[in-house]
Design a protein around this ligand. Sequence first.
Ligand code: V47
Length: 386
Amino acid sequence: MTAPTLATITAKVHAGERLTAEDALALFLEPDLLAVGQLANRVREKRHGDRTYFNKNMRVEVTNVCVASCLFCSFAKLEAHMPGAHTMSLEQAWHELSSRMDDPPSEVHVVNGLHPGLPFSYYEELIQGYKRIKPDVHMKCFTGVEIHFFAQHYGMSVREVLERLVAAGLDSLPGGGAEIFHPEVRKRISDDKATGDEWLEVHRVAHSMGMRSNATMLYGHIETFEHRVHHLLELRKLQDETKGFQAFIPLAFHPDGNGMKNLPAPTAVDDLRTLAVSRLVLDNFEHIKAYWVSSTPKIAQVALRFGADDIDGTIVHETIYHAAGSTSPQGLSYGDLVRLIREAGRTPVERDTLYNVVREFAPNEVPEAAMKVRDRKAQKHLAVLP
Ligand code: V47
């Protein structure tokens, strides 16, 4: 069979036809990045116009002690007594929020290592405490891998784990832990945690309980384009079944300080292409997020013309990527995010975790920096006038 051409794929996208695995692979191999980006941009604009979402969120990693030894991870410590291992007391974890109540986030995003020594009640109390500080804060906590670990470690079903955490105040699941589902890759990079099917099952159960969640893909290490396509199609299949995913977030691999440090980081072209192909293949996902921490704010900004309609949030204090060598800032201010989006010629929309609009900025405003340049030019010309 001959490979699909860009022309046939373009015609399919325009006709609203679903892309096949072969189409997706052809898009990953297509040398004309701008053509792929333009196609993804058209789909993005059809869904969202210029609207670009962001939120006020906060990241908390309460423990980096982890029984799993993923090859890509620069953050985890195998045992609690090892140098660099840390576990917050509940008071320390809550302080992260209570100290920010002058300008509070609308979302707390918690991701942890798989700690073997904490009681399950620690996680319940963690969530309850945040809700005591800010009752309407959205708790987006624990990856599918963590939920699977809780079920095994504390002897409960996935549903029981989720029911207890929801009773404590859990609102939704983040998309982490998905990595690459294909067993050929997963066995080599993260063999001792939830499999791809187990990760998908956690999200299936969460969706069946009415919870929403996100999905990620860790790309740019030992996986092939075929593995990426398999990953995207597995997500699309589950979304057809449950409709519970909100956003897909491709995560660029960062090589510093981990078991794959000899590999180069993915390039800007790979970042933009992966976002664009995701937008085109995941026709049943409403949002594609350019996570500025993983891709840098500069690439994330350009990605808003390559299929992405969301840029994540203020974050405040990211640690997983910074352990792996990310040179992005640990947080961006509200104003920084608005400016990044405006400069890309898009309309900033502050959202909550479930994509309810908190604040919509005026469309078509002249970007801030362009204004500054115009003003400076005007002043220069005025200065030479008699
Ligand atoms: O699961 C770990 C990844 C994820 C590295 O749901 C690495 O809105 C690259 O899932 N290089 C955690 N990636 C972050 C995450 C996330 C981020 C932003 C938004 C959302 C959301 C979820 O980070 C992990 C893992 O896949 N990761 N180490 C590394 N060296």
